[in-house]
Design a protein around this ligand. Structure first.
Ligand code: ADP
Length: 374
């Protein structure tokens, strides 16, 4: 019995406690919350979470009436929580917090990340396109190398076949020696051998130009003298084609610092092209010079096929040949002008072309005169 009495007393105390705690809710909110402390508590709690930005807060009743706080209506995203959720009888109170500078804070916090990702994206794009263009250029170059090898093989075949034919004729015992015209045959062999030599030299020179630095033997040379000598060596070829070559040496000073052998190769190449890429009955070539300040301007002009605007951008590239310029009788490897430009630039000069299709072309070389001051 005693035990039952004891348990009853215990339960009564428990119920008293519960009722007391429920009734205590009726204490006004202002007394339950320290207004001054709430702001401080919120600030320190936010700082603990690493949020160092200004905030507004208020405590509202269920009907949205503000009880107290820093701002009547909170703007932007409002983070709300019910106060004393375990209260049963009292009306619910809400604590709301908002951050007026949230947007700019977020942008600031993410700013570096956004900028870094943009920079990274740009870098990736640049590298990607760089790799793509390098790949295409490489593919084009290897195609051109293959074409070059093909072309060279064809070029080599003709002189070899001619030499073999000539030597067979020389050895032919059925034809008496006096009827063989040995002198003519020997000349033929010599000419074809020279052609072979030129081809081998061209191939060697290009391998050299591609892989290693070209060593120039600098000297002071008078361009007018050099051009006159070159024109003489072309006379036969020009006469054969019914063409003419004229000079207009207007430069008072035609002395330049250059490598004589390479420079004469350059001019030979230009004259050779002016003749090769010419379908006129009377090819006309003009070599003109003039001084412009302390420079010598050299122009090789022809009345030949001309070069289209598109092709003009590429003619100085390795292995480039104008597709329509691939005439059956015009042999070449697309190396001539590449070599010309490379050597002109090695000698601190400039070269460019002006041309009109079917009317002719003009190649201009500008070199510094040898004894220019400075
Ligand atoms: P190739 O060995 O083919 O002659 P080049 O580098 O000398 O190589 O010339 C490249 C291309 O430029 C040629 O295929 C030709 O079509 C064009 N070309 C060069 N010179 C002239 C010119 N004087 N007139 C017209 N076309 C020219």
């Amino acid at each position: 019995l005693n035990q039952a009495e004891e348990r009853r007393t215990y339960k009564r105390i428990l119920v008293d406690h519960i009722v007391e705690s429920v009734i205590s809710v009726e204490v006004p909110l202002e007394q339950r919350i320290n207004k001054e402390k709430l702001g401080e508590l919120l600030a320190s709690s936010l700082q603990q979470h690493g949020l160092h930005l200004p905030f507004d807060y208020n405590v509202r009743k269920a009907n949205w009436d503000m009880v107290f706080g820093t701002c009547e209506t909170l703007t932007g995203d409002v983070y709300s929580r019910q106060l004393y959720p375990s209260d049963v009888l009292s009306e619910p109170y809400m604590l709301g917090v908002s951050f007026p500078k949230k947007q700019s804070y977020l942008y600031k916090a993410m700013g570096t990340t956004i900028v870094m990702s943009l920079v990274l994206m740009v870098v990736v794009l640049v590298v990607f396109f760089g790799t793509l263009t390098a790949m295409f250029r490489q593919k084009k170059l290897s195609q051109m190398h293959a074409d070059f090898a093909n072309n060279m093989t064809h070029e080599l075949k003709t002189p070899i076949a001619t030499i073999m034919l000539a030597s067979e004729m020389m050895m032919d015992e059925t034809v008496p020696a006096e009827k063989k015209n040995l002198g003519q045959l020997a000349k033929m062999v010599k000419a074809q051998a020279a052609k072979l030599l030129a081809l081998v030299e061209q191939s060697l020179r290009m391998t050299l130009a591609e892989n290693s630095k070209i060593y120039l033997k600098w000297c002071t040379l008078d361009f007018h003298t050099l051009a006159t000598q070159l024109i003489e060596s072309f006379t036969l070829q020009i006469n054969e084609k019914g063409g003419t070559i004229v000079t207009d040496f207007a430069a008072a000073n035609a002395c330049i610092e250059a490598d004589e052998l390479h420079f004469s190769n350059i001019i030979s190449n230009l004259i050779d092209n002016a003749l090769k890429y010419n379908d006129k009955a009377h090819p006309h070539i003009k070599i003109a010079t003039r001084n412009k300040r302390d420079h010598l301007v050299i122009q090789v002009t022809d009345n030949g096929l001309g070069i289209s605007r598109d092709a003009q951008k590429h003619i100085f590239e390795q292995f480039y040949r104008v597709p329509t310029g691939n005439l059956h009788n015009v042999k070449g490897f697309g190396l001539g002008l590449y070599y010309v430009k490379k050597i002109v630039e090695e000698q601190h000069g400039k070269i460019w072309v002006e041309s009109k299709l079917h009317e002719g072309s003009c190649f201009t070389i500008v070199m510094r005169v040898a004894n220019a001051s400075g």
